[in-house]
Ligand binder design. Structure first.
Ligand code: FES
Ligand SMILES: [Fe+2]
Length: 349
């Protein structure tokens, strides 16, 4: 390649002291389940019904424990039968006449929670977390309906978060589906606090395109927030009048530096009956996500081919830089209570 300016850097950050979704609760049954988060192989199983996550590497000869089986409350390695409990301690070495326990025979354990149909894992091994996983909004509110959807994105955590929360691409990549070509000048208030970055759009007309016409046939203005919450929550919230409220919350799990799994939960109450709305919006939503997936793949391929990023930000890249700053601070273990930010930005959307 001819010399082309490229910064040999990537917008990557690994926030280990936090919770990530490993799987949907129904995926974890009687058999061990292999999952990868931050390139770290994990094995999940149930002990007394509760999810357990261990490093997926047998202490004996490093065979993945996910190739073994669950017996009683223990996970048994498929090679020589060493058995591990919910804490990762070795409780049985079948061929050994002496005691099975031993510090070196332990497998690292990751804290877990089962909450609202998901199994969460805390990615710093062998610690008791001081915080709880993110709680999805409105799941216990009978007025709200819910749709869940999962898929994998070939992009870094940062690129995927930015994509979900980025307005300017919608009029191009999703033209006709979400926003049309006609543009209005609106104001966004961008705020960054210790654990989140948020854009609030003031006086935004109802989005044009198929989605907007279904949600609000009469037009009008909407309330709209795009929100990032550490370490990996992307949330889009729309309100139209008192009766329509839609919150799409995506909990992202970094599988590796350039693969990100999305667990999306849409909660909504609308004047349109929920089954009708689901039937119409789900196929459109999936099409939108597929367009995003293809673009993230192209972005990732280009960044890797050039050996780094050469990004340029303008004022309307509202949240990407703030997200990276928060991720990097959290990766370093900083909790910047004083590092607050608020600004108003005019954009055409
Ligand atoms: S490798 Fe697991 S028991 Fe030997
Ligand atoms: Fe998109």
């Amino acid at each position: 390649m001819v010399p082309i300016p490229t910064k040999r850097r990537f917008s990557l950050a690994r926030v280990l002291d936090h919770w990530y979704i490993a799987c949907a609760a129904h995926e974890l049954g009687a058999r061990p389940l292999a999952r990868t988060i931050f390139d770290t192989p994990l094995v999940l199983f149930r002990s007394e019904g509760a999810p357990v996550a261990l490093l997926d590497r047998c202490a004996h000869r490093n065979v993945p424990l996910s190739l073994g089986f669950v017996e009683g409350e223990r996970l048994v390695c498929g090679y020589h039968g060493w058995a591990f409990d919910h804490d990762g301690a070795c409780r049985d070495v079948p061929a050994l006449c002496g005691a099975a326990e031993g510090k070196a025979r332990r497998v690292p354990r990751f804290a877990t929670r089962e909450q609202h149909g998901f199994v969460w894992v805390y990615m710093r091994p062998d610690v008791e977390p001081e915080r709880e996983p993110y709680a999805f909004p409105h799941l216990d509110d009978a007025r709200y309906s819910t749709v869940r959807h999962g898929m994998d994105f070939p992009g870094s955590l940062h690129a995927t978060l930015e994509n979900i929360l980025d307005v300017p691409h919608t009029a191009y990549l999703h033209r006709g589906l979400f926003r049309g070509v006609k543009k209005n000048e609106i104001t966004a208030v961008v705020r960054r606090t210790a654990d989140r970055a948020e854009a609030e759009y003031l006086g935004e007309p109802r989005p044009t395109g198929v989605m907007g016409s279904i949600l609000a046939p009469g037009g009008g203005t909407v309330t709209h927030f795009d929100r990032f919450i550490l370490p990996s929550i992307a949330q889009v919230e729309y309100g139209l009048g008192a009766k329509n409220h839609l919150v799409i919350t995506s909990a992202l799990t970094p599988i590796s530096d350039f693969e990100t799994r999305l667990f999306a939960v849409a909660t909504f109450r609308t004047v349109i009956p929920a089954p009708l709305l689901k039937a119409v919006l789900l196929p459109i939503g999936k099409k939108v996500l597929e367009q995003d997936r293809r673009m993230l793949q192209a972005q990732t391929d280009a960044v890797q081919r050039f050996g780094g990023e050469q990004y340029v930000n303008t004022d309307v890249d509202l949240l990407g830089p703030h997200i990276l700053r928060l991720l990097r601070q959290a990766e370093r273990g900083e909790s910047p209570q004083e590092d607050l930010h608020e600004e108003q930005v005019r954009l055409r959307a």
